[in-house]
Design a protein around this ligand. Structure first.
Ligand code: ATP
Ligand code: MG
Length: 489
C-alpha cells in the first residue's frame, strides 16, 4: 500500500520551504488517505516556519485562522489543490472548559505536533524533503492500525476525550468513514466520557453528525452510539424508540426500523436530507403510541415527528431551509398511494403540499420506510402508479400562481380595491381548480370572481378556510379509512 505520489504543487511548496531552511511534512488526513490508496480530499503541510515566515515565502497566501494556518494558493485546476494549507507545528495548551484549547502554542518538532492529534490513523506525517524518500513518521503505530482497520486514540484515550469530547464523535465518524472497528480501550473511554459532549458546541456536533450520516456505515454508527450511551447526547429523541414494540405490520422496534430506513437510504446513496428524514421518519411514534401488542396504534405520529424534527434540527443549528425540508418529508411520509383511493385531485393536493421539487425525496423516504419494516409488502407498483399519476397531473394548477387569473385581474375585473379579499378569492378559486382543472380558464374564473366579489371579507375568509379544510379533511378521512382497512401505521 505504500506507493505514494504527492502532487507537483505540494512538492513545489515543500521545496520552497526546504530551500529557506525549514522542514515540511504532509500531515493528517491526507497521509492516512494516501496510505490507504484513497485520493485525499485536501492536502495539509506542517512546518516549523512561523505563519509570518510562510507568508513571506508565499506572497499569494492568506492567513486563514487563529491556529497558525496559512492557505497557499496554487494555480492547480484540481479543486483539492487550489489552496494548500500550511500550518506551523503546534501543541495545544491546557484545556479548561473542554471546548476550546486555551491557547495555541507553536511547537518545534513534528513529533510534538503529531502527539496533539486525535487518532493514530490521523497522526502520521510524510517527510517531503527531497532526500527523504517519502519517509513516514509514525510514532503511534498508525500504519499498524490502518492494516488492522482499528480506530485508536493517540496516547491515553481518557485524557484525549477529556481534553476535547468532540473526539468521541470523531472516533465514531472515522470508524464509519473507513469501515474500521474501535479499539477496546478507546471505546471504553468513549463510553465513560460521553457525558462531556454536553459541553461541546452544537455546531461542532452537527458538523461531525453530518459527515457521519454521509458515510457508507452511517447506520452502524447510529447503532454504535446507542449501544455506548453516546446517542443521548446527540439525538436523545431517537433513543426513545429503543425497545418500543410495534404492531403486527412490523417486526422491528421503532428504533431499529428508523435505523433500517437510514440503511436503505445509505445503500441507495440518497442525499443528506433524505438520509436524515429516513432516520427520523418515525421519531414521533413512541410519543403517539396507543395500546400494546399487535393492535397498538400510532395515529398522528407523522405530525408529532414533524414537530420533533424541527426541534432537533433547530437545536443542532441546521440551516433553516434544510430543517424545514426534512420536517416536511417526515410530515408527509404517510401519503396514500393506493391506486383505488388516490384521485387526481388527491394527487394534485399532494403536489401542492409537498412541492414538485420534493416529490422524489418523499418517494425515497417512503421506500426506505417500506424496506426498513422488514416485511415489505410487495407493492412497489403502487408507488410507480402514483408517480405516473403525479406525472399526469403535474401540469395542472397546484398553486395560486398557476391560475389563469391573478390578483390584478381580480381587482380590475370586479372593480374592487386591493386588500385581503383578493387573496381569499384566489384561494377559493384554487380549491375549486384543484378539484377540477377544467375550470382554469380566464372566462370561467372571472365569472366566479364577479360573484365572489359581492360577498364581504368575513364571509370570503370563512369560505377560503372552509374550502381548504374540507378538502384536507376529505383526504384525512380517506387516509383513516385506509388505515382501518390495512392497519397501516
Ligand atoms: P477528512 O478531511 O477526511 O474529514 P481529516 O483527517 O482531514 O479527514 P479533519 O477534521 O480535516 O480530518 O482534521 C485534520 C487533522 O487534524 C486530523 O487528521 C487530525 O490529525 C487533526 N484534528 C482535527 N480535529 C482534531 C481534534 N478535535 N483533536 C485532535 N486532532 C484533530
Ligand atoms: Mg481534512
Amino acid at each position: 500500500m505504500e506507493k505514494i505520489e504527492e502532487k507537483k504543487e505540494v512538492r513545489t511548496i515543500a521545496a520552497v520551504l526546504e530551500h529557506a531552511g525549514f522542514e515540511a511534512y504532509l500531515v493528517g488526513g491526507c497521509v492516512r488517505d494516501l496510505l490507504l490508496g484513497h485520493t485525499p480530499k485536501d492536502w495539509d503541510i506542517a512546518t516549523n516556519a512561523t505563519p509570518d515566515q510562510v507568508q513571506q515565502l508565499f506572497p499569494d497566501s492568506v492567513y486563514e485562522n487563529a491556529f497558525g494556518t496559512v492557505g497557499v494558493k496554487t494555480d492547480s485546476e484540481d479543486q483539492t489543490l487550489k489552496i494548500v494549507e500550511v500550518t506551523t507545528y503546534r501543541i495545544e495548551g491546557k484545556y479548561s472548559d473542554m471546548r476550546h484549547p486555551d491557547e495555541v502554542r507553536f511547537a518545534s518538532t513534528i513529533a510534538e505536533d503529531l502527539s496533539r492529534r486525535d487518532l493514530t490513523v490521523n497522526a502520521m506525517a510524510m517527510d517531503l524533503r527531497a532526500g527523504a524518500a517519502h519517509e513516514i513518521i509514525d510514532p503511534f503505530q498508525g500504519r499498524q492500525d490502518l492494516r488492522a482497520r482499528v480506530i485508536r486514540a493517540v496516547g491515553d484515550p481518557e485524557a484525549r476525550f477529556q481534553e476535547d469530547a468532540l473526539r468521541i464523535l470523531r472516533a465514531v465518524r472515522f470508524g464509519a468513514q473507513l469501515g474500521f472497528t474501535l479499539d477496546h480501550a478507546t471505546e471504553a473511554a468513549m463510553k465513560k466520557h460521553a457525558g462531556l459532549l454536553e459541553a461541546i458546541s452544537k455546531e461542532r456536533i452537527r458538523d461531525e453528525f453530518m459527515k457521519m450520516i454521509m458515510t457508507d456505515h452511517a447506520h452502524e454508527a447510529i447503532r454504535l452510539m446507542e449501544k455506548d450511551g453516546i446517542l443521548k447526547y446527540v439525538l436523545p429523541e431517537l433513543e426513545e424508540g429503543v425497545d418500543v414494540g410495534q404492531n403486527k405490520h412490523h417486526i422491528y422496534s421503532v428504533f431499529e426500523h428508523n435505523v433500517r430506513a437510514l440503511q436503505y437510504a445509505v445503500e441507495q446513496h440518497f442525499d443528506l436530507d433524505v438520509r436524515i428524514a429516513s432516520l427520523l421518519h418515525d421519531v414521533g411514534k413512541p410519543r403517539s403510541k396507543r395500546g400494546e401488542g399487535p393492535d397498538c396504534t400510532f395515529y398522528g405520529h407523522q405530525v408529532v415527528g414533524e414537530r420533533m424534527a424541527l426541534q432537533i434540527l433547530d437545536r443542532l443549528r441546521f440551516p433553516k431551509d434544510m430543517t424545514e425540508r426534512i420536517a416536511l418529508l417526515i410530515r408527509e411520509h404517510m401519503f396514500v398511494y393506493d391506486p383505488d383511493t388516490v384521485t387526481d385531485a388527491g394527487a394534485r393536493r399532494l403536489v401542492r403540499r409537498v412541492g414538485k421539487e420534493n416529490l422524489e425525496a418523499l418517494f425515497q423516504v417512503r421506500e426506505g420506510d417500506r424496506i426498513g419494516s422488514g416485511v415489505p409488502k410487495a407493492q412497489p407498483y403502487r408507488l410507480r402508479h402514483l408517480k405516473f399519476r403525479i406525472e399526469k397531473v403535474s401540469k395542472d394548477p397546484v398553486s395560486a400562481k398557476m391560475l389563469k387569473v391573478n390578483g390584478a385581474d381580480v381587482i380590475t375585473g370586479a372593480d374592487m380595491a386591493p386588500g385581503p379579499k383578493v387573496g381569499f378569492i384566489l384561494a377559493i378559486l384554487l380549491e375549486e381548480v384543484l378539484d377540477d382543472p377544467s375550470l382554469n380558464t380566464k372566462e370561467i374564473l372571472m365569472d366566479k370572481v364577479r360573484q365572489l366579489a359581492q360577498l364581504d371579507e368575513v364571509k370570503l375568509r370563512e369560505m377560503a378556510k372552509f374550502a381548504k379544510r374540507s378538502a384536507d379533511d376529505a383526504q384525512t378521512r380517506i387516509e383513516e379509512e385506509m388505515k382501518k382497512k390495512y392497519f397501516v401505521q
